[in-house]
Ligand binder design. Structure first.
Ligand SMILES: [Fe+2]
Length: 181
């Protein structure tokens, strides 16, 4: 609901993947994401970048556990200089492949866990390369691979266009899901 165009992009590309390889299963049938990681604690999540995630994609982080979210468990986004209160039961959608992030510690005796859903960028790349690796693409079609790589110069703008503009939310939701906001 917060990134309908991105959802449609995931649906289109991953749809091709699941059509070609019908034995593949998502961790949760009604989730668009293809991978899930569970942090059972008790350590904090240190500042990191999930370089394997699709860089313009979203990562859904659910915070769980018993802790005072005013005193710990904050989500921080390093390059943005943001520290955000993140209570248990909350869900954050972040671009985990392009912004360093982590959590602040919780108080002694408290617990904090998290469930994270995301998509590996390699899946999208594999589909875009014609259901093959970069090496196989280059070997079988060197000219095609060169043309593909040359087109990447403008790719970042296409990716930015997948993100939400508040003024376009209602129209995007209608266009992608066929319902109003
Ligand atoms: Fe992460």
């Amino acid at each position: 609901m917060y990134a309908p165009k991105l959802y449609a992009y995931y649906s289109e590309i991953l749809g091709k993947l699941f059509e070609r390889m019908p034995h593949l299963r998502r961790p949760f049938p009604h989730s668009i994401f293809t991978a899930t990681s569970i942090n059972f604690g008790p350590t904090v999540t240190w500042c990191h970048l999930d370089g394997g995630n699709i860089p313009f994609g979203l990562c859904a982080i659910a915070a769980l556990g018993l802790f005072d979210y005013k005193k710990g468990g904050h989500l921080y986004l390093w390059e943005l200089g943001l520290v955000v209160e993140f209570p248990s039961g909350g869900l954050a959608l972040i671009t985990s492949g392009s912004v360093h992030h982590g959590n602040t510690p919780v108080q002694p005796g408290e617990t904090r866990y998290s469930v994270t859903q995301y998509c590996a960028g390699g899946l999208f790349r594999w589909v875009a390369y014609g259901f093959r690796t970069a090496a196989a693409f280059l070997r079988r079609d060197p000219l095609g691979k060169r043309q593909f790589d040359a087109a990447l110069a403008d790719r970042w703008q296409e990716c930015l266009n997948l993100f939400l503009k508040a003024s376009e939310l209602a129209a995007d939701v209608r266009a992608v899901f066929g319902v109003s906001e």
